[in-house]
Each structure stands twice: as structure tokens, then as C-alpha cells.
Design a protein. Sequence first.
Length: 83
Amino acid sequence: MSKELIRCPRLGHEVNFAYCRKEGGIHPCERIFSCWGGFMPVEEILKKEMGEEEWSRFVKGAGREKISTLVELIEQARIRKKL
């Protein structure tokens, strides 16, 4: 596994692959493919580490987490607007 560092677009500083694998708590950062895909076989590595069931949950949940966050932010903005 590579110990190289890349610049994280979310954090704005350099991180290693190990950080990105656990950035989301149990699951990797949803941007891990776009950030690290040019340097290593990310999907192959994650599938091997996570197993098929956990991999499937990660792939299905990555998009939903973003939507949930957006809905929460919209609701917070509505509440602030009412105050």
C-alpha cells in the first residue's frame, strides 16, 4: 500500500490513504475513488478489506449520506429564517 500523501479537497491539506479509508467512521470517504483512483486499485483494496456485504452497504449509502446532509442543511436554514 502506498504511503504517499495527496491533498484532500474537503480538508484542504495532505492526507494519506489510511485516513481516507476511515474518514467516514466505519466507511471510507465517499471521494476516495476520485482522489486515489489514479494511484492504486481502490475498489479492489476496499472490497478485500470490507468484504462483500459491507462493500455493498458502502456503495449504496455513499450517495444517501450526501442527500441526508443536504436535507438537514436546508431544514436548518428554514428554521433560522423563521427566527
